[in-house]
Ligand binder design. Structure first.
Ligand SMILES: [Zn+2]
Length: 305
């Protein structure tokens, strides 16, 4: 089977919503970020990406969620300021809808959520309702809020959910102690394909991820972290393979991405499910991001033709 070309998520387009944008969003008519989402979708379609994102244009992976989940705030620094609860309505559904309508038949749109563990570790605590940001009570409430989002996005038509948990490769948390909170979010996406993306070097945690996380696909960096391949090859789950770096403005030659992907195919065979950049591209100049996406598509075509 030919693996699908996808993105990890964020794309460098910016839009500062005006009064009318905010009003339309409040009325649930359309996303306040619709102009930026359409630009992000256009770039991905032009590069030949088959499973696209809405560009995650609302802010960074923490701000997006801190800005609307009850109990959190994104003012100044993202923080917990009260009891965390499932949101009554979701701006992410509007973003998803905008991307899906823009893409039409040309691509599928995946839903993307920052995982509860990474969120918890990135928030300041400004309430005494929770003892600490790594306390099970906060992780539980965050996972409930995110599970509600996963359910909504599935109902909206998303076939693929990706949960991002970069903190799992940092050594700051034990996978076994937090797996249940991540799994609660993944489980809520009933009947769809569930992906866990963990950035960086995963050699110390990969085995535990396979064993304890109920994801259908694990997505990792192989361009910036070629050492990941050996441990990934020891497992058995389908894999998303990063073939260009997201932390460097240098645009790789197609032949470089081909080499990364060929090694992955040799070691993983049929397990290669997705081909993508290592991580989100929001920190790169837009023209660089576009060209990197083209390189990913060309590499996939060359290796799997
Ligand atoms: Zn990443």
């Amino acid at each position: 089977m030919t693996p699908t070309v996808t993105v990890v998520g964020s794309h460098p387009v910016k839009h500062e919503p005006g009064f009318k944008d905010r009003l339309l969003e409040r009325l649930r008519r359309r996303s306040a970020y619709a102009p930026a989402i359409r630009e992000a979708v256009k770039d991905q379609l032009e590069a030949g990406i088959e499973l696209i994102s809405d560009g995650q244009v609302r802010g960074d992976m923490i701000e997006i969620f801190a800005s609307y989940i009850p109990g959190l705030t994104a003012e100044d620094e993202p923080a917990v300021i009260g009891r965390v609860e499932p949101p009554r309505s979701s701006p992410l559904v509007l973003d998803y809808r905008e991307a899906a309508e823009t893409a039409g038949e040309r691509a599928e749109v995946k839903a993307i959520l920052t995982g509860p563990v990474t969120l918890a570790h990135s928030l300041r605590l400004e309430t005494d309702l929770y003892p600490s940001t790594d306390h099970p009570s906060l992780l539980k409430d965050l996972s409930r809020a995110l599970a509600a989002e996963a359910r909504r996005l599935r109902e909206e038509g998303a076939e693929v959910l990706q949960v991002d948990e970069p903190v799992l490769s940092s050594g700051a948390v034990e996978v076994g102690r937090v797996a249940r909170y991540i799994n609660r979010v993944l489980r809520a996406f009933r009947g769809g394909t569930r992906v866990l993306h963990v950035c960086g070097k995963v050699t110390d945690v990969y085995e535990e991820l396979e064993e304890k996380i109920k994801a259908d696909v694990l997505d990792h960096e192989l361009a910036g972290h070629p050492e990941n391949l050996e441990v990934v090859a020891s497992g058995s789950k389908p894999i998303g393979v990063g073939v260009v770096r997201s932390d460097s403005e240098r645009v790789e030659k197609v032949s470089e991405a081909v080499r990364v992907l060929e090694r992955a195919r040799e070691e993983l065979g049929e397990r290669v499910e997705f081909v993508d950049p290592d991580c989100g591209l929001r920190k790169l100049p837009r023209r660089v991001a576009r060209r990197k996406l083209e390189v990913v598509r060309k590499a996939r075509d060359r290796v799997f033709s």
